[in-house]
Design a binder for this molecule. Sequence first.
Ligand SMILES: C[S@@+](CC[C@H](N)C(=O)[O-])C[C@H]1O[C@@H](n2cnc3c(N)ncnc32)[C@H](O)[C@@H]1O
Length: 294
Amino acid sequence: MTLTRHLPLEVVRLCYAEDVRSRANIPAGRLAQAFATVPRERYLGGGPWDVFRLGDYITTEDDDPRHLYHDELVALDRSRWLNNGQPSALAAWFQLLDLEPGNRVYHAGCGVGYYTAILAEVVGPSGNVLAVEIDPELAKRAHVNLAHLRNVRVVAADAITYDPGECDAIFINAGVTHPQPLWLDRLRPNGRLMAPMTVVQPAPYDPKGVMGTGHMLLVRHVHENYPASFESIVGIYSSPTGRDPAFNAMLGKLFQETILGKRADIRSVRRDPHQPAETCWLHGEGFCLSTEAP
Ligand SMILES: C[S@@+](CC[C@H](N)C(=O)[O-])C[C@H]1O[C@@H](n2cnc3c(N)ncnc32)[C@H](O)[C@@H]1O
């Protein structure tokens, strides 16, 4: 039972949005308002729900949707540590994408579509969101959940190889070891890409190594240059594809060297052919995370 059970759900949702706004440190604009508008329960299905609290999942004692209006992870598939992400984290990352009404957004790893609906609300009817999900069952649920939104299209596909076409913003919602050159190619002038660059280390609680930790990489496309930075730490479900074991090992070492609150001083993604140099933080085929200014 919740203390707020006598309050209208709209009021509870508004208080949740204000909590998310404050924790994410975002203005009271379109994005914060979207959290007050989009019903989380519509996407997560019927309760009770498994909510991540105090380091473990607990099952809510009933199916009152008010349980969903906290800044918490909610299991989509508890056996796989696959969750509907933490609202304030997603809000902070979406804010960094500088979304505008009319933008075309690519949401890779949409799960059951809650955050796709938030993105769709922010870009409005003149914009649109392409949502891609690799898990066919989740893609089917997202398709049904989002069918009422005319500015959303859901595709069951692997976002590592799927070509989304030109985008103003690309949000990768699963851990990878490096940015795909295709994503950079598809950024319009002034386009923005955000992707979690993570390291996976199998642990007793995660023998298959599905959870990764690392940093969110933000990249912009400005006059054929790609200024970039690491923006925040992240713990997230990994993409089964788009992970290179050599980069995973290298990232692990590099992130270890930049702990204690310091982020690697990445300043650009270089796309010009060049030999690995001291300024190359992670040097790959078609991309290089570099400490050089763009
Ligand atoms: C951390 S969950 C986030 C789900 C959803 N965005 C949410 O917060 O409710 C990551 C999602 O990305 C999907 N995913 C992982 N790798 C993918 C890929 N290569 N292409 C498309 N989807 C992928 C997973 O199946 C999962 O649904």
